[in-house]
Design a protein. Sequence first.
Lengths: 367, 367
Amino acid sequence: MPRGYRDLVTPDGPGARFPTRRQAARLADGREIIYFDREPAPSRDAADRRELTARAEAAEVRFDRLLGEPVAIAAHRQDRTHLPPTDQCPLCPTRPGRPTEVPAEDYQVVVLENRFPTFTERAPAGIGRCEVVCFSSDHEDSFVSLTPSRARLVVDVWADRTRELARLPGVRWVFPFENRGAEIGVTLAHPHGQIYAYPYLPPVPARMLEQVRRHRRATGGDLFAEVLDGERAGPRVVAAGEHWTAFVPEAARWPVEVHLYPHRRVPDIPSLTDAERDGFVAVYLDVLARLDALHHDPLPYVAAWQQAPVRAGRAAWHLHLRVLSIRRAPGKLKHLAGSELGAGAFLGDLRPEDVAARLRGLAGRRG
Amino acid sequence: MPRGYRDLVTPDGPGARFPTRRQAARLADGREIIYFDREPAPSRDAADRRELTARAEAAEVRFDRLLGEPVAIAAHRQDRTHLPPTDQCPLCPTRPGRPTEVPAEDYQVVVLENRFPTFTERAPAGIGRCEVVCFSSDHEDSFVSLTPSRARLVVDVWADRTRELARLPGVRWVFPFENRGAEIGVTLAHPHGQIYAYPYLPPVPARMLEQVRRHRRATGGDLFAEVLDGERAGPRVVAAGEHWTAFVPEAARWPVEVHLYPHRRVPDIPSLTDAERDGFVAVYLDVLARLDALHHDPLPYVAAWQQAPVRAGRAAWHLHLRVLSIRRAPGKLKHLAGSELGAGAFLGDLRPEDVAARLRGLAGRRG
């Protein structure tokens, strides 16, 4: 049995509805790789036989005093692998004569430390961790084409990683996200997401926490609940189930923007019950199918989990996922320019109600 | 003499060092056009003979309660003119048989209301104004290739427009900016900038004002002065003159980012003296030449003036210009993705000190 073997703990307990093995190993340069397999799972004990130099660089975190925001300076990332041909994909399983980042013939979901991390535990500065989450061993897959059971495994993996990464010294926020599409700068086409464990609370969750607290002080009210209740009753719902609602937010910044909220307030992914995880998968796969149907083309998007900060505001937080796209019409992207980049003032190109109505009218996906 | 004629008031008074005429007229659909000419100036009284329908749409301003920021929803802008061929440029002077937005055979600097405005005075919502500032009648020009005297006229025009627009009811911030390059979504190649008069204080100046006030309360100190003094004494200066210093900021977010500060604290462009305006022109043209030399190619950039809010914090403010580029290497752009768009956490790709040293080593321009 390889080092690091244990059962993955899901809400219904180890070995319950979805018995899952979690097997950890080290790559040639010391980075961790963790295989997550639904049973029956093979043993993941093949060694990484590549010659890799250990990397110790990480970002330097600086503070922009005028805007009150940290900025990570990660100069070493300039050299990262950029859109390699399919037969050189580093996230595909290893084939005879072609070793990759994953020293196994196949896998279900695998997590590995990023080779060009912005944050890492093994550096004097930029403490934290950056992980890659491969959703499938099939290079041609995409989140939207995953089976519900595989998508559910990904949710369980996000939960596992959130719990583990939140325990690292100095980590303030755990951020699972997916960038999809070369249009937003994805450098590897293989279906994967990433998880950043930041040594600081980034501006988006920091501002939300501030707004929620300010609203509580000023009115006694619960801002997250007010927003969610308002959207559930309003004209911008895209899809909904028993446990989740997906809507275009009232003040959407992007040509396509959909937020997914669980109906029950939870601070983070590990807190979701079994039924809530299944419910998320159904609504999310449905929404993603609608997004691809919008322009009859895979939509480039960013999907960004908003979890509670590790050490602040957990009771006030309401977990949600934000999905946004820069595509404003077939072949046309929204470029951020003077107003957005120079003033921070977003100019939305489409009425959120119209976008929601279009998405509702498209073919979704029913698991 | 056309309607709206008057001398442009520059710091040394009307008709002093740079006698300048300011002649205003209306385009066929009622929008204002204002010609600014150094004397001797021809009379700008040619009528716009096009048939144009008056437009009354403007953005709807919504408020993102969770992030605490206004967002302008400007659906009508989807139809705006997109990269027309050079012989159909709407900002070139009118030629026989080819009327443009500028019903004159030639011009020096001309300002006109945007045909697809996000904000306008003539709408029930989205009150404010959006103007286009043409820097030159020559389609092939660029700010960096302007003569110092023409660039100085542009500064005087920004001052005039800032003063006028700040007087409009409901305007909270006046924002002169330039987007350059198709890579950031510029839809018209003619050398021009824009001015937005917002009915709200956008996030970037709002946050700066908050940080400056917070710092004053916490330490009694002057944040703008501390930042500027630190940068002037530090390793990131790119160019400097008697009245201005240009530097790469310590926590730069962009592959190329240069801030230009006047040494004397002033709230806005109208407050700059004659010598400070000339000094800006010399340093800015020098910096722009270095930016184009960086990759031996015209650099796509956003240049964004940070002026004091119209009705708040004027005494605490320090005018500056921020120039940023998304080009991180020849042929490569910085894409904003999960960390920036989903978390607001910028990952800088280059060390600011290295960028400053490279820019210092390049050929600039001495007026």
